[in-house]
Design a binder for this molecule. Structure first.
Ligand SMILES: [Zn+2]
Ligand SMILES: [Zn+2]
Ligand SMILES: [Zn+2]
Length: 418
């Protein structure tokens, strides 16, 4: 059976996270989106851990379900820790995701972490430890824990980040690097960009939403083929570790230009640069003369050792645009409006889930349940026929399906759609 998994999310206990990120809402939204397995997030936070302990039930497989639910949505225990430390004369700031096989193991890890740093004030705590030492804490307690660098390319808080990261996994994890089998590619990079660097040839590329609000759940995800009899933490880990493309079917991706750090630039100066333009300007902002925020595309160009390659033999990926954005574009409305919301939930009811609509239904099937323009937009998205305006320096990019001319032709009377 196909399982769609989103391993990295946050609870209401993380900074800048919606108060709606509670278990019942997360579970409800997983159904809306079509997510089968979701990360618990924020395992190290005492408040959230208590909620997990009180409300999740184990079936002994290392996966959990919400008490009182239909048990269809599974939870896997995951958490993110921010480490800020100095290494080789440079300040390093890295976010790392950890997978944990059971609540009992998590409890032991939390006890240990509580003795070395402050895990109480934020769902994604900041520790002044080397990420190697944190990995050792997890692995010493249970070698079945997974350690995966989060959003590996973002400038400020990642393993390859331009400001405070490293130039290789080896430089960061040293003797432990053989145990780092995967990275999270993040919203601003897609697998194709990562394939350009031979260092990552044997590394599993995973994709998660890093959602801070329910409607962002599943904006990136992993699609695995698992025999439902054997659905377990250990089984999942095996597929991820082996990077077996028979079982790891594909990742669901943002168009990377839509991510907040695809290009370089300065948001307050309104400067957006491609890597080439930044190079010409010596990585300085022409307006304020300060260093530009160097984005993901630039870092990939710096570290990659080959040009574009095809995906032969690799886990595939599919680029999507969130359904609410497609609806907003077609209706000519802003994303967070009642009109778009109503349209969205009505379509979800008819289509089953967002992933069914974006990935599974054919154009003909879609036309039966919604406006032909939505069906056309989804078709164009599937073919990658989109217009992009790259994100930079914390500003999301924009991906649209229709250019203004097409819009005029397809939608002569905008109001008529509603
Ligand atoms: Zn992070
Ligand atoms: Zn996160
Ligand atoms: Zn500037």
């Amino acid at each position: 059976m196909r399982y769609i998994c989103d391993f990295h999310i946050h609870s209401k206990y993380s900074r800048a996270t919606s108060s709606q990120m509670v278990l019942s809402e997360i579970e409800r939204w997983c159904k809306i989106k079509g997510i089968d397995i979701v990360g618990s997030g924020d395992l190290t936070h005492p408040g959230w851990f208590k909620e997990l302990k009180n409300n999740l039930e184990s079936d002994g497989s290392g996966l959990y379900t919400l008490r009182g639910s239909d048990k269809k949505t599974k939870f896997i225990l995951t958490t993110e820790i921010s480490c800020i430390y100095s290494k080789k004369g440079k300040t390093r700031r890295l976010h790392i995701i950890y997978f944990v096989p059971s609540l009992e193991t998590a409890e032991k890890i939390n006890k240990k972490l509580d003795s070395v740093g402050n895990i109480k004030s934020d769902g994604r705590p900041i520790l002044g430890l080397d990420v190697k030492d944190v990995a050792k804490i997890f692995w010493d307690i249970d070698p079945d824990c997974l350690v995966i660098p989060a959003h590996a390319w973002t400038p400020w808080f990642s393993i390859f980040g331009s400001f405070s990261g490293f130039d290789s996994i080896k430089e960061c994890y040293e003797e432990l690097s053989p145990r780092i089998f995967g990275i999270e590619t993040g919203l601003s990079s897609d697998p194709e960009m990562n394939w350009r660097w031979s260092e990552l040839d044997n590394i599993t590329l995973i994709s998660n939403s890093d959602a801070h609000s329910p409607s962002n759940l599943g904006r990136e995800a992993n699609v695995l083929e698992i025999d439902s009899q054997n659905l377990s933490y250990a089984g999942l880990v095996k597929i991820l570790k082996k990077n077996d493309k028979e079982k790891f079917l594909y990742t669901i991706e943002f168009f990377p230009q839509e991510g907040k750090y695809h290009y370089d630039g300065h948001s307050r100066c309104g400067v957006v640069f491609s890597p080439r333009e930044s190079f010409k300007n010596k990585n300085l902002c022409p307006k304020c003369r300060k260093p530009l925020t160097i984005g993901v595309s630039n870092r990939v160009c710096r570290l990659a050792d080959r040009k574009k390659i095809d995906g032969k033999g690799r886990v595939a990926y599919r680029s999507v645009i969130p359904l609410q954005e497609i609806i907003a574009e077609v209706l000519g409305k802003q994303k967070n409006t009642k009109t778009v919301d109503n349209f969205y939930f009505d379509l979800i009811k008819k289509g089953g889930s967002e992933f069914k609509i974006l990935l599974d239904l054919s154009a003909a099937e879609l036309k039966k349940i919604t406006l032909p323009q939505i069906a056309t937009a989804v078709e164009k998205m599937k073919k990658g026929e989109v217009f992009v305006q790259p994100g930079y320096d914390g500003v999301y990019g924009k991906v649209s399906v229709f250019n203004p001319k097409e819009m005029e032709k397809l939608f002569p009377k905008q109001e008529a759609l509603l």
